[in-house]
Design a protein around this ligand. Sequence first.
Ligand code: UGA
Length: 470
Amino acid sequence: MHIAVVGSGYVGLVAGACFADLGHTVILVDNDEQKLAALKAGQVPIHEKFLPELVQRHRGSRLKYSDDLQEAVRASKAIFIAVGTPPTEQGEADLSYVESVARSISGAIEDYKIVVEKSTVPVYTSDWVRKIMLRNAAPPDCFDVASNPEFLREGTGVTDFLYPDRIVIGADTEPCASVLREIYAPLTDGSYYERPTAVPRPDRAKIPPPLIVTSAKSAELIKHASNAFLAMKISFINAVASVCESVGANIQQVCQGIGTDSRIGNRFLNPGIGYGGSCFPKDLMAFRAVARECGYDFRLLDEVMRINEEQRLRFLRKVRSALWTLRNKRVGVLGLAFKGGTDDIRESPAILLIRSLLQEGCTVAAYDPAAAERARAQLNSNVEFVNSAYEAAADADALLILTEWEEFATLDLDRLHKQLKYPIVIDGRNLYDPELMAARGFTYYSVGRPTAMQENIPDNTSPLKKNTKS
Ligand code: UGA
């Protein structure tokens, strides 16, 4: 199948490289000259596992880059729109890039093609794309518009694409559905997984993945509702973690107890400092906005967002209760990315927390294995970017863990202890066992679990209930 993918961001680049790996011929179109030049030179501008290998494998053969949208459309049977849909000031999705692509491709539709929304878009976008294309003289019988939402997580995008829990095809006509079925056939018939070059199978992968065919509108809603539900799960568990802190219970035990109910499940039940990233915050606002426009006031989403913000503020209060005053304190920070495994700092709770700490007069030494470059542009010169967790801890009044990078969970605790001015660790991601931390001489705060500390240090200033351990 000849495929054009418009937009070479996280979704477009991963989808393009994966379609090529399935055996299709892909033209990835972007109008950002710098980005295109980098891609053509073999560079991969984002931190995604397996993406460099796939790009290297198919570049110049099944994966080509171009700035000529019309030519790419003429050469393709399916055109995937994967351009940005950033939030407007009112929180709605800004669909002007989608509209401009729809307008531009209209003139290049000469024989039957399908136009597929891959970006996250509100319900009714497929109707609008069709309308815009008809207004711009695309022949009505020569195209269909479909929705094929992506459920990839940043950092594991390639694996999520090739080993999806499900593939959702929102197509309103049979010819359109059948083109999409053909594109995903190597996954749904299982043949991709038998290839020696297949990207390694992750745990829990369903092989072959189920294919769900729906109307375009249902598919659009499936994407927004999925992200809203996952965000709700995170806010729910963060709220329960706050109750745990008040009563001296342990959220880890509570999660185990509720997550083993198969109707609930244990994934996305990790409490923390709130969700961030380029998807959940934006998609929740857009979903709420589109629901309101359609006449439904989705207040549950307001509460999910409120809890998320409160979770960050609560963490800041925890830092204050551990350090008392913040002015002129030196704080080591582990993690800048919005989650582990990515260099993305968009809507990162870590960045927002660092800004608050700076405002309160702290100096910050921060370390992140991948996101420092991007963070440098966002934070002022009071942040010192260092090259290891131990450097971040050096002479610090406390060490904060803000991103769940694997390497932060396996630190040499004795070395860390020696580096810190005071052995205080405030962990926003629950990476360590409180008892172990106390035994190794730390005062250790985490989320939804009792604070652990050495017996000889009183901590009667903390609003949290204590569980003093030696
Ligand atoms: C999310 C969804 O998980 C994907 O299915 C979806 O395709 C994607 O948005 C999108 O719409 O494009 P992503 O934003 O990459 O993916 O990251 P997640 O792994 O979902 O994490 C989002 C945030 O929630 C992070 O800040 C993470 O630290 C936080 N989180 C996640 C928790 O606090 N607790 C958890 O248990 C899980």
